[in-house]
Ligand binder design. Structure first.
Ligand code: HEM
Length: 472
């Protein structure tokens, strides 16, 4: 019946490569770095390319004109119903990342609104992030010049920040609770949960060999994350005070109690939403910080410019804060340049044609998955001139302020743009500014990692060891 299903597909696709029967083009994707395959297909077939990936019809969109049009096309502001991911959400809930329709709108609005409110609250996002950044610097200093793989503590810090914002508690990196969460998240993300790894292209594989294709592992990790969130919810319920909203979970409980008939805010939906925020918000942020450290080591003269900017604006007596931000333009330029050239979400989370529509005049039929290549926008020769070069100065005006570039869209745009953009920008700015202010980084002897990045859930740098020395 599977073959029958395949044979009866009639959807027409824009021009693109032929794939193998049944497998489609799936096996030709460069597993190590999928943007290479996207770039190749963009060059060969143009900005709108059709292909079959496993059992799915997929259209790839590249280049500013097509990407901009696709992101603003409301018929494409939907997500595919990935069979595997849908099965794994608790009950009928669907989180926010892959959700559609009214429930998606409500959960997204709630999250955006409350991130904003909490951000300025008593325990502001800034104070949470600065505390974590300070801890990270202390930890690196304790290494006393011994080589360290910074990706590890940076990853833990990213998870800790988000957890502190959602659940109101910061953990020590040795805390068994935090360690457990880190392990679970890493495992479920590595198994290709959302990107539509192999299981989302061939869902039936989970019945044939659930262990081999990672299904069992994803399911176990997600179950454990659910238990983790449930446990925290119980703690919150027990100490809940309607007059004092401590964090995101409190606000969610408030919403659940406010209108028990409103099916949008349920316990299961809360678990799904928090799970999604972890999946979307932790590895992304830490990949960016790992990349900027790699680029600092790779380009010592640019690191010197960073230190100059920080010393001039912050001095050596205080710590970088959001108040310094407008004058720390080189810090932001460096971050922007890293996001441009190595966006951890270079291919947007898959979109989906809810209705038949067009992009650049090419017909995209209802039910087609649409993968949008944001990376290609950052690498446009006509716009950036020398996109292959790492050159933060391209984001600096002649007056020395940060330059706004309208084709710099690392968080996407439109209705499905990144929900965590403000938080991600603040986190990466403060973490990076603190690390660069306090420490000098260089590669450990013998290290010369590629900066090309490895495709996983996000695009992240390979493992590399650095030596971090206190600057003062
Ligand atoms: C979606 C980038 C951090 C939550 C996205 C998208 C991009 C992106 C490109 C997809 C847009 C699309 O599909 O058209 C990034 C980058 C980050 C980052 C570069 C870090 C530097 C975060 C953080 C959170 C977050 C910290 C949450 C705390 C989300 C969610 C979505 C999303 C929930 C899906 C929104 C929806 O489908 O309605 N992000 N993100 N992201 N991001 Fe982020």
């Amino acid at each position: 019946s599977l073959l029958q299903f395949y044979a009866t597909r009639t959807r027409k696709l824009p021009p693109g490569p032929y794939g193998l029967p049944f497998l489609g083009y799936a096996i030709f994707f460069d597993k190590h770095n999928i943007t290479r395959t996207y770039d190749y297909l963009y060059k060969k077939y143009g900005s709108v390319v059709g292909l079959r990936n496993g059992l799915n019809d997929v259209v790839l969109i590249s280049g500013w004109d097509a990407v901009n049009e696709a992101l603003l096309n409301e018929d494409l502001a939907y997500r595919p119903r990935f069979k595997i991911s849908m099965e794994l959400y608790p009950g009928e809930s669907k989180g926010v990342l892959l959700n559609n329709g009214e429930n998606w709108k409500v959960q997204r609005r709630f999250s955006l609104h409350n991130f904003r409110n909490l951000g300025f609250g008593k325990r502001s996002h800034e104070s949470v992030i600065l505390e974590e950044a300070d801890y990270l610097v202390k930890q690196l200093k304790q290494k006393n010049g011994a080589p360290v793989n910074v990706k590890v503590p940076i990853g833990v810090s990213g998870i800790n920040i988000l957890w502190a914002i959602l659940a109101g508690k910061r953990h020590d990196h040795n805390d068994p609770h935090l360690k457990k969460l880190v392990g679970l998240l890493n495992r479920s993300i590595q198994c290709g949960l959302i990107t539509g790894g192999i299981l989302n292209s061939f869902p039936f594989l989970r019945h044939i060999a659930p262990g081999y294709f990672g299904y069992t592992e994803i399911r176990n990790a997600l179950e454990a994350i659910k238990d983790f969130v449930k446990e925290s919810q119980a703690e919150h319920e027990a100490t809940y005070n309607p007059n004092e909203m401590r964090d995101f979970i409190d606000l969610y409980i408030q919403e659940m109690r406010k209108d028990e008939k409103d099916a949008s805010f349920t316990e299961k939906q809360m678990i799904a939403l928090i799970g999604d925020l972890f999946i979307a918000g932790t590895e992304t942020s830490s990949s960016v910080i790992s990349f900027v450290i790699l680029f600092m080591c790779k380009y010592p003269h640019l690191q010197d410019k960073l230190h100059e900017n920080l010393d001039e604006v912050v001095g050596r007596e205080s710590v970088p804060t959001m108040d310094h931000r407008t004058r720390l333009s080189y810090v932001d330029a460096f971050l922007n340049e890293a996001l441009r050239i190595r966006n951890p979400v270079g291919i947007a989370i898959p979109h989906y044609a809810q209705r038949t529509t067009t992009v650049m005049g090419q017909r995209i039929e209802e039910g087609t998955r649409v993968n949008i290549n944001i990376h290609s926008v950052g690498m446009d020769k006509e716009y950036w001139g020398d996109p292959e070069n790492f050159r933060p100065d391209r984001f600096i005006t002649p007056e020395g302020t940060l330059k706004k570039m309208d084709r710099f869209i690392p968080f996407g745009k439109g209705r499905r743009s990144c929900l965590g953009e403000a938080l991600a920008r603040m986190t990466s700015f403060l973490m990076f500014a603190t690390l660069a202010h306090k420490l000098h980084f260089k590669f450990a002897p013998g290290e010369n990692p590629s900066d090309e990045g490895i495709s996983g859930f996000t695009m992240s740098p390979p493992n590399f060891d650095v030596i971090a020395t206190p600057r003062f």
